[in-house]
Design a protein around this ligand. Structure first.
Ligand SMILES: *[C@@H]1O[C@H](CO)[C@@H](O)[C@H](O)[C@H]1NC(C)=O
Ligand SMILES: *[C@@H]1O[C@H](CO)[C@@H](O)[C@H](O)[C@H]1NC(C)=O
Ligand SMILES: *[C@@H]1O[C@H](CO)[C@@H](O)[C@H](O)[C@H]1NC(C)=O
Ligand SMILES: *[C@@H]1O[C@H](CO)[C@@H](O)[C@H](O)[C@H]1NC(C)=O
Ligand SMILES: *[C@@H]1O[C@H](CO)[C@@H](O)[C@H](O)[C@H]1NC(C)=O
Ligand SMILES: *[C@@H]1O[C@H](CO)[C@@H](O)[C@H](O)[C@H]1NC(C)=O
Ligand SMILES: *[C@@H]1O[C@H](CO)[C@@H](O)[C@H](O)[C@H]1NC(C)=O
Ligand SMILES: *[C@@H]1O[C@H](CO)[C@@H](O)[C@H](O)[C@H]1NC(C)=O
Ligand SMILES: *[C@@H]1O[C@H](CO)[C@@H](O)[C@H](O)[C@H]1NC(C)=O
Length: 498
């Protein structure tokens, strides 16, 4: 009883503290000259807000288009990671894809604090050594190399015991992990019988499916599972442990960038967060040559200074535009779609493309004034397309489909998650095991004229997972096992410009 009261009081204190710095309406913001205005409270924005506000002499404002993750239990439960409601999403789709019979693909991005780290499948995959070394080579900046990035990976990562507290020895390589960073990472805290079947199959196949103790060591090829001979007992859901997929989970809960970086920083008086604030443009201050007319083809980067953001809190209601100016910097961290969209709205992009938009000019919409001719804005997006193949399985085989199909069962497990932080809901809907695999040489020859799109001969072309149930969410009946496959060395590039 006493404990209950204390935690109630703590909760009240926490809420009022949070309310002091998380604002819903711009009118409630204190009148302050912010040093930094961060546009987008996603994976990057939450980290930036947290790191910059460590210095108490900086006043930092974070603008987020979506709402808050606080108290949104559907964003917290790992099992629900692939059924996050669309109210937390941007709902983007691609244009019709020629190679896919004209289909539109969804392009999921989180519309809530934490961005896609509040909405994704949480699999923690650093990529391979070759991937990072290729970033270093492409950018000409050795800071991106695998070796040089390790201190930052360590600073980010807090390896955390799994929800069920099982012995994780021989299930990962502790020498490549950090226990004292910021964002929690843990091994699966629950297991299903299908995993043992998958492991047995991998062991029988060998070769590319060989055991890899820790796919985050830089050498990622292989299957992330270790078959220890134990009895195959499909009656019990708690049977088998092996070195499995690592997830950005803090024991039982999602560990997004807002949970790990932003929330702990919300007690700082120099950090303010405004939600429901959708930025439309960034605006320049007068050029250094004091030209009053900032429109022009010859605007050069060196005399263009952008410190103002334009946003609205009710864009669908044609709400008034609000302008705020930063003393030091405006930081655009609005994601692979949002950042180029804001830049293009601001007249920063390919002038040929921007002038083609003047066909939309009207008395109501003045059109986009070209400001800076930057050809790469909205181009060259590289992403990992994802496909899944569900198979029927014997109806006596225990799969996670049941939990989605039977609300009584779900409620029982929800109670277990909520009371003890254990049970099947601590495991993401994604796979507890992934394999990182290369195409055979003859596939490369036939399909890609022998050109290897991977970063190195030791880097994968795709990864696959074995999911216990229909993926992403189960139909009302039937039991399934799903193979899901993501291409991690795509040759196609996406463009925002149409
Ligand atoms: C996505 O769709 C849902 C459901 O219609 C809606 O609630 C949400 O606001 C949409 N997201 C955006 C960014 O408009
Ligand atoms: C965990 O397992 C390892 C290897 O099986 C064993 O050496 C170690 O003692 C175990 N640790 C605990 C706390 O049981
Ligand atoms: C974490 O521990 C390592 C090794 O003891 C140390 O070098 C590092 O500074 C620590 N990092 C943090 C963020 O405390
Ligand atoms: C996980 O979320 C639940 C429900 O919000 C909360 O009670 C619990 O403290 C959280 N656990 C951790 C480790 O954050
Ligand atoms: C907002 O403006 C658009 C375009 O002018 C119009 O279609 C829409 O009805 C307006 N919405 C409201 C709520 O006034
Ligand atoms: C459209 O508006 C922009 C910005 O005012 C202007 O630069 C452009 O010339 C206009 N285009 C047409 C076709 O009127
Ligand atoms: C896209 O990337 C390729 C390869 O890095 C580069 O050659 C090309 O110039 C880029 N295109 C644009 C428009 O930036
Ligand atoms: C399903 O599994 C049960 C139990 O192992 C077995 O008796 C039954 O024959 C299987 N059914 C099918 C259609 O394979
Ligand atoms: C749903 O789950 C409950 C609780 O485990 C169980 O008693 C019930 O039989 C299940 N219903 C069906 C249709 O399987």
């Amino acid at each position: 009883m006493l404990f209950g009261l204390i935690s109630f009081l703590l909760l009240c204190a926490q809420l009022s503290l949070n309310n002091a710095v998380l604002f819903e309406r711009v009118l409630d913001l204190p009148v302050i000259d912010y040093d930094f205005i961060i546009v987008g409270g996603g994976t990057a924005g939450c980290v930036l807000a947290s790191r910059l506000s460590e210095d108490p002499s900086f006043n930092v404002l974070l603008l987020e288009a979506g709402g808050t993750n606080a108290g949104q239990v559907k964003l917290e439960i790992p099992f629900l990671s692939f059924s996050v409601p669309s109210e937390y999403k941007w709902n983007w789709t691609t244009t019709p894809q020629e190679g896919l019979d004209g289909r539109l693909l969804s392009f999921p991005q989180g519309f809530v604090l934490g961005g896609s780290s509040s909405d994704n499948g949480m699999a923690y995959n650093r990529g391979s050594k070759g991937d990072w070394n290729r970033y270093a080579q492409m950018t000409g900046d050795p800071g991106w190399s695998w070796d040089n990035i390790q201190p930052y990976i360590a600073r980010n990562e807090r390896f955390t015991p799994p929800a069920d507290g099982h012995n994780t020895s021989n299930q990962f390589d502790p020498s490549v992990h950090s226990l004292n960073g910021t964002n929690s990472v843990s091994l699966p805290g629950f297991s299903w019988p299908v995993q043992e079947v998958a492991l047995l199959a991998a062991q029988q196949l060998g070769g590319p499916f060989s055991f890899n103790l820790d796919y985050n060591s830089g050498s990622s090829l292989g299957f992330t599972a270790h078959f220890e001979s134990r009895r195959l007992d499909i009656d019990s859901a708690h049977i088998y442990r092996a070195g499995w997929t690592q997830f950005t989970i803090n024991g039982a809960n999602r560990s997004s960038s807002t949970v790990s970086y932003l929330q702990p920083a919300l007690t700082r008086p120099n950090l303010h967060v405004l939600i429901n604030a959708r930025v439309s443009r960034v605006l320049p201050i007068r050029t250094l040559d004091s030209s009053k007319n900032i429109i022009g083809q010859d605007q050069s980067v060196s005399n263009l200074v952008i410190k103002t953001v334009e946003f609205s809190q009710d864009p669908d209601q044609n709400g008034t535009s609000i302008h705020l100016t930063a003393k030091k910097e405006v930081i655009l961290s609005s994601g692979a779609i949002g950042s180029p969209q804001i830049l293009l709205n601001s007249g920063i992009g390919d002038f040929t493309y921007l002038s083609s938009l003047s066909r939309f000019n009207s008395s109501k919409h003045e059109g986009i004034k070209p400001l800076l001719n930057l050809l790469s804005v909205g181009q060259n997006l590289s992403t990992h397309p994802f496909a899944y193949l569900p198979f029927f399985v014997n109806s006596s085989f225990p799969t996670a489909d049941e939990i989605e199909q039977n609300s009584t069962l779900f409620n029982e497990f929800f109670q277990e998650w909520s009371d003890t932080g254990t049970g099947p809901l601590v495991l993401p809907a994604g796979s507890p095991q992934i394999g990182n695999i290369r195409f055979d040489q003859d596939v490369l020859e036939k399909e890609l004229s022998g050109i290897d799109p991977s970063s190195a001969p030791t880097s994968p072309h795709f990864f696959f997972g074995v999911q216990n149930g229909f993926f992403p969410t189960s139909p009302p009946t039937g039991k399934y096992v799903t193979f899901y496959i993501a291409l991690v060395s795509p040759t196609s590039r996406m463009s925002y410009l149409t």
